[in-house]
Design a protein around this ligand. Structure first.
Ligand code: P6P
Length: 352
């Protein structure tokens, strides 16, 4: 019996095993039929870079690519050899595509310009090449996080203005997690979709179609070692999840890997909340707005969750500089709303 077009179309978006390339092409055809395919091509180049980083991460212990480079990055953090490697792979695989006007990497102080020998395109790419890299030597899951905006300047090359855009203006965002499996999760604003790398064919195949994060979680993820560096409100928030004195009337389980992509991905699938509040060491928060909070905020909102500083929606924040840091509270919608209600009550009390 001939299947109706709609049946074929529906299957193409949710059919397990469809390749990432086919999924992206199908989304482009269905949602932007007039598009030239630049974004689809850009995503395929990111996918190739992810495969290369995955290969190196998997065998890191067998080759001299573990450990430290001896360098300190712009964040003041020790640079792992795999950090450098992943950063280089992203830049080399994306700069020649003709789709980008500029890039920004967590590992670089300034924006990364497109060399004159390559064409300049209509998008920007911001990325954290290997988040959680301090855990690499212990074989803990790490990840690449990426964020894509449309160019807004009109000169010969991209500018800071093109990079310093609000998260709500992203056209695409996602991450690759290098764990027991290598999984690529992305959204263009039309659902959140996960693909698992099948090393036997070298393809990312659809394994998590249309991810929706549970409205309520049972997990809270925070570095409790910072407890005595938090203000009273942050302590009150964590106490509420530990004690059960929260909107659900039950204590949450604590899960904290210390690798943002791993903690985020687990909470996205299971439900839960990740918190990195500001503290007296990181008075603006530790995590970065552009390569971390914005892309994960775009993903979580498209999966039905929320991303906040506690008092402001992450995606509304006007970036002030490339390495703008923010407090990050991200995950299940009702969990984040509960935390925001505590911050709002504290603000009201201070104002009275
Ligand atoms: P802490 C890793 O260095 C990272 O940037 C994130 O991946 C992770 O969530 C966070 O820092 C962990 O920070 O202070 O708990 O070690």
């Amino acid at each position: 019996m001939a299947r109706s077009e709609s049946t074929i179309e529906n299957n193409s978006q949710t059919r397990l095993g469809i390749s990432f390339s086919e999924h992206v092409a199908d989304q482009q055809h269905r949602l932007s039929p007039a598009a030239r395919g630049d974004l689809s091509s850009l995503l395929r180049h990111i996918m190739l870079a992810a495969k290369i980083i995955s290969r190196e991460t998997r065998k890191a212990a067998l080759v001299d690519i573990l450990g430290l480079t001896g360098k300190i990055n712009v964040q003041g953090e020790e640079v792992q050899k795999l950090d450098d490697y992943a950063d280089d792979v992203m830049i080399r695989n994306l700069r020649y595509t003709g789709h980008l006007c500029a890039m920004s990497s967590e590992e670089h102080e300034d924006i990364i310009r497109i060399p004159e020998r390559y064409a300049v395109g209509n998008y920007t790419l911001t990325f954290d090449p290997l988040d959680g890299s301090s855990n690499i030597d212990a074989n803990v899951g790490v990840g690449t996080i990426f964020s894509i905006h449309r160019r807004i300047s009109s000169g010969p090359t991209g500018t800071h203005q093109d990079i310093l855009q609000r998260g709500k203006n992203q056209v695409c965002a996602g991450y690759i997690i290098y764990g027991p499996s290598t999984i690529l999760v992305y959204t263009t604003g039309h659902g959140v979709h996960g693909f698992t790398l099948d090393p036997s064919v070298g393809e990312f195949l659809l394994s998590h179609p249309d991810i929706k994060t549970p409205e309520e979680g049972n997990i809270y993820s925070v570095n409790e070692g910072n407890y005595y560096n938090w203000d009273e409100t942050a302590r009150q928030v964590i106490e509420a999840f530990k004690s059960g004195k929260n909107y659900r009337g039950k204590a949450y389980t604590s899960r904290y890997v210390g690798s943002l992509v791993s903690d985020f991905h687990r909470n996205l699938l299971y439900g839960g909340i990740f918190l990195y509040p500001a503290d007296n060491k990181n008075t603006s928060g530790k995590l970065r707005l552009l390569p971390e909070a914005n892309p994960l905020g775009f993903v979580v909102e498209n999966a039905g969750g929320l991303a906040s500083t506690g008092t402001q929606r992450i995606l509304d924040i006007e970036p002030k500089r490339l390495h703008h840091r923010v407090p990050l509270i991200i995950g299940s919608r009702k969990d984040v709303e509960f935390v925001e209600s505590i911050f709002a009550a504290a603000k009201e009390k201070d104002a009275s």
